[in-house]
Design a protein around this ligand. Sequence first.
Ligand SMILES: Nc1nc2c(ncn2[C@@H]2O[C@H](COP(=O)(O)OP(=O)(O)OP(=O)(O)O)[C@@H](O)[C@H]2O)c(=O)[nH]1
Ligand SMILES: [Mg+2]
Length: 643
Amino acid sequence: VKHIVMGTAGHVDHGKTALIKRLTGIDTDRLKEEKERGITIELGFASLTLPGGSTIGVVDVPGHERFIRNMVAGASGIDLVILVIASDEGVMPQTREHLHICELLGIRRGIIVLTKIDKVDEDWLELVREDVQSILEGTFLADAPIVPVSSVTGVGLQQLLIAISKAAAEVQESADNGIFRLPIDRVFTIKGFGTIVTGTLFSGKVSLGEEVEIFPACLRAKIRGIQVHNKAVEMAEAGQRTAINLQGMNRELIARGDVLANYGALEASNRLDCIYRHLPGNSRKMKNRTLVRLHTGTSEVMARIILLDREEQGPKEESCVQFILENSLAVMVGDRFVIRSYSPAMTIGGGVIVDTLPEKHKRFSVDVLRDFQILKGGSNEEKVETILARAGINGINEKKLVVRTGISCCEMRRQLEKMFSSKKAILVDKDEVRVCAYQIFENIREKIVHCVKIYHEQNPFREGLSKEEMRKTLERENGVGQKIFSIAVQDLESCNEIVVEKDMIRLPGHRVNLHGEMEQLRKDISTIYCNGGLTPPTMQELQEQFSSEQKKDISNLIQIMIREGGLIRVSTDLNFSRNTIEKLSEEYSHLLLKKGKVTVADFKEMTGLSRKHSIPLMEYFDLIKLTLWVGDYRIMRNKKEIN
Ligand SMILES: Nc1nc2c(ncn2[C@@H]2O[C@H](COP(=O)(O)OP(=O)(O)OP(=O)(O)O)[C@@H](O)[C@H]2O)c(=O)[nH]1
Ligand SMILES: [Mg+2]
């Protein structure tokens, strides 16, 4: 069954509430203040049974400009609008403003009702009709029927009911994304029942006993009772005016503007990427960073608009923007919004949300603007790809993908299956259906292999590195989560790119039995340097003593031995054993103490070395600050400092 909600719209005092009362028998002005002042303040609700027997929900909104925020809340979610214009007054400011709001909210169907015809004559009515027609030009109501009525005499009401039935029959059932969502427009308590919330059920369905959540505060609650058109029901569906009794929920914690939804379905956000249209009637251009009122669903928040693709925005222009919200909202991609200026509060534009959890963007970035085009009008696959890229290293779960792309749950499942098999996405967590872009996953795989490779180079004696340690490093440095890490390791293992033994990861080519050979090689090198004393071989001379396959191992080993301290690097080409250097250092110190000043000739005489070895060694001792080079000779550095 198609469920339909019809809403009123129009200037204050034009007869909206009187009309609904005449049609439904229900006086939707319930408040004492409303009765006293004769105006509507809060939203009113009723149901209307059509000639064919079906029942539709009715939302009556206030016309006064001070209560526009209530009007926007009431109008979001309606399928059909009754634009009420009093024939004695004709088109007034809120006639236009409400019309704009309905247009911006994406309402597609409606009827114009000219009320109070008992107060005007035929000629006047004709003038008003022409005036009305001119403001409807180019809007969704351009071809809508115009029905003159009097709520006092009852003239025209029958024709109106027929027009409503016809329009209701033409309402297309909107594609349902499958997520239960109800933006709350009223909260109250009933003795013995506790907290009740009401709203138009946007999408999905809800049943008795179900676990739900209130966003953006993320409060858990249980459905104790459901009413539709004042009747208790087991389940409510998209498009129905619904009252819900929540179990275990304090009334004070909920307010209009909150959203009741499936548990875990939504996420609070402080930034929204949107396509924004500045209304044609605006006299002023929209400037970057303007503070505005953003209305969406039943909520209103203050927000700063960041124009991403232009310096300022003129009337009729459409642009890519990001809103920075003063209070967080829980919305979905595809949701419509209305923007009103801060002061005076006037409707100036609106549009549609294209990402609910974006990062801060750089203005005029080609990449960002390309993403906007995709999120606005791309294929499902392109949209999912863009959001997966934005979601980053740990991916995003399927539910949140639905929220962030506006693609329905069923369609999303099909889309993901396709992307899994074409290697564009990968499932990283089966339980919550968490998905990651394949490219990002591949980067993690590469990073792991690279880490192991580096580790082997630096630690040729070790079999491999600890899996847990690598996981911690990747988590710390790249934010890689546990699940995706283990999937990447498993995947690499099955592709035979790494070997996992117990808690160790190594490359398949890394021969564990090298251990013994390497140890032997190390001993050999050590002996060569010990025997070499003050005249060790150069790197090349050393390499020549071994086979060519061992070359790479030797330079690795030398590096390790230097790092460990057994060998001392004196110049790029000369290494000495630690013992040799220590002994030499002692002798040199003695000489320095004895002579005070030591020349190269003195050093050569002491060691019996040629310049080739003497100079690098003397420079080495300068470097480690044993000596200070003063012109032609060296002095002991410590001694000089004492002086
Ligand atoms: N003569 C005559 N008076 C009407 C008709 N419809 C409404 N009225 C009167 O107009 C006044 C305003 O009517 P409402 O229905 O409260 O107007 P409204 O559009 O709901 O006003 P807000 O909700 O405050 O915007 C009331 O005094 C009604 O009795 C009509 O068809 N003929
Ligand atoms: Mg009213």
